[in-house]
Design a protein around this ligand. Structure first.
Ligand code: PAF
Length: 281
């Protein structure tokens, strides 16, 4: 695996090739990331990964400074999945001047769910992803369904800017007890780690309710109940909601009668760690 730190080195390594499969990450890689790498490897050649902790997508009170940076171990893991090229720029390389041009995400997508509780998050994500796409110029890019709304933001951005990149979704990887794999799981203490799968269970229960009683008022009750269940267990939930997969809008009665078109999404804080998860149904 070749490791490059600058866009110039990256372009030199890729030459005239524009057929790469690309998996952007912020490092601290786990099996979920590696499954995205395998997905990328199957979709295009060469496989290019990036590691860059993107300041623009963190609010001032969030964990940018403490976000785990595990570069050497990440490189070892990337070698095991046959990653060909790693782009690991520093901030001066990717943001040599203040990033005053930004991607403004649309109302009704960038400011709901995660965007409501993390204002500016998707603007930061979309901006760095657009920059990384410009550097790597891949044919294919893989984004995990674990960050469901992020995947949709990137898909819409690629469509609306006519970027010649096919966006491939990667399935969420789970621990044996159902907890979705995430770099932030490492923040959990042993008691919190034992409790953490309750978020996935709450989403399963919510999906079952929604599939069983297809009326918007019953769904609103089920969402409140799911939040109350987590609160009673010591969580601080931001949202647990059923949305349409197609546009993340709240489902109407006709949508609720249409299995296979919905997704339950949740975000909740356990101690100081904020976890997100989702379940398609
Ligand atoms: O999902 C992530 O790790 C990040 O949001 C991404 C896509 C690498 C952009 O910084």
């Amino acid at each position: 695996m070749q490791i490059v730190r600058t866009t110039r080195e990256l372009r030199a390594a890729l030459g005239a090739r524009h057929d790469a499969a690309f998996v952007p990450t912020m490092g601290n890689l786990h099996e979920g990331h590696l499954s995205l790498m395998r997905r990328g490897k199957a979709a295009g050649q060469p496989l290019v990964a990036s590691i860059f902790v993107n300041r623009l997508q963190f609010a001032p009170h969030e964990d940018f400074a403490s976000y785990p940076r595990t570069f050497e171990v990440d490189c070892e893991k990337l070698r095991t999945v046959g990653c060909d090229l790693l782009f690991a720029p520093d901030e001066r390389e990717l943001y040599p001047v203040e990033q005053t041009f930004r991607v403004r995400t649309p109302h009704g997508l960038g400011d709901i769910l995660e965007g409501e509780f993390r204002p500016g998050f998707f603007e930061g994500v979309a901006t760095v992803v657009l920059k990384l796409f410009g550097c790597v110029q891949p044919a294919v890019a893989v984004f995990g369904k674990k960050d469901y709304q992020q995947l949709m933001v990137v898909r819409r951005m690629v469509e609306q800017f006519n970027l010649p990149i096919s966006i491939v979704p990667g399935e969420t990887m789970r621990e044996a007890d159902g907890l979705a794999m995430s770099s932030r799981n490492g923040y959990l203490d042993p008691g919190e780690r034992a409790e953490a799968p309750a978020l996935a269970r709450a989403l399963q229960a919510l999906a079952q309710h929604a599939a069983g009683d297809g009326s918007p008022p019953a769904l609103a009750d089920a969402q409140h109940e799911a939040m109350a269940t987590l609160r009673a267990r010591g969580w601080k939930p931001d949202y647990l909601e059923v949305r349409r997969r197609i546009d993340l809008a709240p489902p109407r009665a006709a949508d609720l009668a249409n299995p296979g078109t919905l997704v339950a999404l949740g975000a909740a804080r356990l101690g100081t760690t904020r976890l997100i998860d989702n379940l398609e149904f």
